[in-house]
Design a protein around this ligand. Structure first.
Ligand SMILES: [Mn+2]
Length: 332
């Protein structure tokens, strides 16, 4: 299929969920969205008309703005994808994060607090794709909205948490280094005042990138979590590795715990293809976020229930992987 057709399709998808009234589309024919009109008048139109009113977000019907945005967007075709799972309370941090990603990046925001419309005052929010479902996790969203075929046109995907300090980060430079070191799965090195769980992802000052952890914490320095390993906090996937990772994601295990220790299955040479970039690093700010959306039971803090579920999911994930003992490196 021709690239322009792909672009048109992407634009059209926006309209299908956003246009309140087909007659309005005809009024805007002078915007020359000819392919759009063809599409909506095709069989899909029946489905469109059958949408119940309640199925649409109240303030999603902004046809004029969308026409304008889609024309502007078609000038640059982003090669990379930034995906952030956010709550509005972290808006300042998220705004700073987005500022480090150029127009080479499409932006997708997953809203776990249901406040998708609250971001409109950020200029970049208008070119972002907003997906909202309350109290969901980034891996829940990723499994449902980032099917490998849907994101196939991007070279790299950044699937990041929202509590990340980016003062020493630049996304375009990062992509150059990921290419230079041939990293299919990677992350920027991390600094954290709260301490780090894994020695592998700790920032090193003497190298531009590293593929193995150093130090006594790693009795098996060539195996995860000391090599072939990145965390699920700020991973960056080549599109090739993503189709495998996506298949490893489980519909019902939404926190992604245990995924990090199994990413090696998705590349051919884990010790070479997975690594950490030190020259551009980020800070883990450890801001309580989705964890606080948990429910307090018998006086326990909301995050305690979430944490308990994380551990249960991790165990279940490992159980399922062991069940499929035919799995080996590069087999997915
Ligand atoms: Mn965090």
């Amino acid at each position: 299929m021709h690239d322009d057709d792909e672009d048109a399709k992407r634009t059209i998808m926006l309209y299908v969920v956003s246009v309140p009234d087909i007659s309005l589309v005809h009024q805007y024919k002078h915007f020359q969205q000819i392919r759009l009109l063809k599409f909506i008048q095709a069989p899909q139109r029946a489905t469109f008309w059958n949408l119940k009113l309640q199925a649409r977000a109240k303030n999603s019907d902004k046809i004029i703005k969308l026409v304008y945005i889609s024309r502007k967007e078609s000038v640059v075709k982003p090669k990379y994808l930034l995906v952030l799972t956010v709550g509005y309370n972290q808006k300042e941090i998220v705004d700073k994060m987005v500022s480090k990603f150029s127009e080479n990046f499409s932006i997708v925001l997953f809203h776990y607090d249901g406040r998708a419309s609250a971001w409109e005052h950020f200029e970049w929010s208008r070119r972002a794709i907003h997906i909202s479902s309350e109290k969901q996790t980034k891996w829940w969203y990723a499994k449902r909205f980032l099917h490998p075929h849907i994101v196939a046109s991007y070279e790299y995907m950044f699937i990041w948490d929202e509590d990340i300090g980016v003062e020493n980060f630049n996304a375009d430079e990062y992509v150059n280094l990921a290419k230079k070191y041939r990293l299919d799965i990677s992350q920027p090195a991390i600094e954290s005042k709260a301490g780090l769980t894994w020695p592998m992802t700790q920032k090193r000052n003497d190298v531009e990138a590293h593929k193995e952890a150093k130090g006594q914490e790693c009795p098996y320095p060539h195996s995860p979590p000391c090599a072939g390993f990145v965390e699920i906090m700020v991973p960056v996937f080549s599109i090739k590795s993503w189709s495998c990772v996506w298949r490893m994601l489980q519909n019902d295990l939404v926190h992604g715990w245990g995924l990090d220790l199994n990413l090696w299955r998705c590349v051919e040479r884990p010790q070479e293809d997975i690594g950490v970039i030190d020259a551009l690093w980020v800070e883990h700010m450890s801001v309580p976020s989705l964890g606080d959306q948990g429910t307090s039971i018998n006086g326990s803090a909301p995050w305690e229930g979430v944490r308990a579920r994380c551990f249960l999911e991790w165990r279940e994930f490992e159980r399922r992987l062991h069940e499929q003992n035919h799995l080996h490196s590069g087999s997915l």
